[in-house]
Design a protein around this ligand. Structure first.
Ligand code: AMP
Length: 190
């Protein structure tokens, strides 16, 4: 069983790699963004609270997103790949508390590294076909800045915890999956 989080900027391939890793390791893929977008689409109380932040590419309140994720995680605590959560240090601490209390601590935090210009290119291409309200040219740079603001603290936290895996996220999708697998298999064999 694998319990991992993906930490990467928008456009780095969190969703794509998260799905693939979940298949490879036979666990559930949980996307924070998807959960929130579903809440918005269904007009749930959470959806109403977060819609504006989502549209602007701002982070949703820690307490709201944490509650939504843990609700989902409760059904899959033994094995999961979480993508898009945690995004802040407070969320990372909450995730650790939750998983450790369940006796099911994280094996790895996977960082996908992609140069900023490549991210802008990918997100611009995606915006042309996307139905997502935040996939617009205007929000792309802002969402990248929002990531940069918290990434340093978040990655430092996992580095100190000794579970950070850093992977080159450029090149063919298969090659990126393979790079992640190589490192994850080492971690799981420990
Ligand atoms: P994503 O699908 O991961 O690109 O997330 C889309 C949007 O959902 C983000 O721009 C935020 O508005 C919101 N969101 C997703 N995950 C989180 C999180 N962990 N904390 C706060 N907001 C989040």
């Amino acid at each position: 069983m694998l319990r991992a989080v993906l930490v990467a900027p928008p456009g780095a391939g969190k969703g794509t790699q998260g799905e693939r890793l979940a298949t490879v390791y036979g666990v559930v893929h949980i996307s924070a963004g998807e959960i929130l977008r579903l809440d918005v689409a269904r007009h749930t109380p959470t959806g109403l609270q977060v819609a504006a932040a989502l549209d602007r590419g701002e982070l949703v309140d820690d307490a709201i997103v944490t509650r939504a994720i843990f609700q989902r995680l409760g059904k899959a605590a033994e094995g999961f790949v979480l993508d898009g959560f945690p995004r802040t240090l407070a969320q990372a601490v909450a995730a650790d508390e939750w998983t450790v209390r369940a006796g099911l601590p994280l094996h790895a935090a996977i960082e996908l590294q992609v140069p900023r210009q490549e991210l802008v290119n990918r997100l611009t291409r995606r915006a042309a076909h996307s139905s997502r309200s935040d996939d617009t040219r205007e929000t792309i740079l802002h969402r990248l800045d929002v990531y940069d603001r918290d990434a340093h603290d978040l990655l430092g936290y996992y580095r100190r915890r000794g579970i950070l895996i850093t992977v080159d996220g450029t090149g063919p999708i298969d090659a990126v999956t393979e790079r992640i697998r190589l490192q994850l298999d080492q971690v799981l064999a420990r």
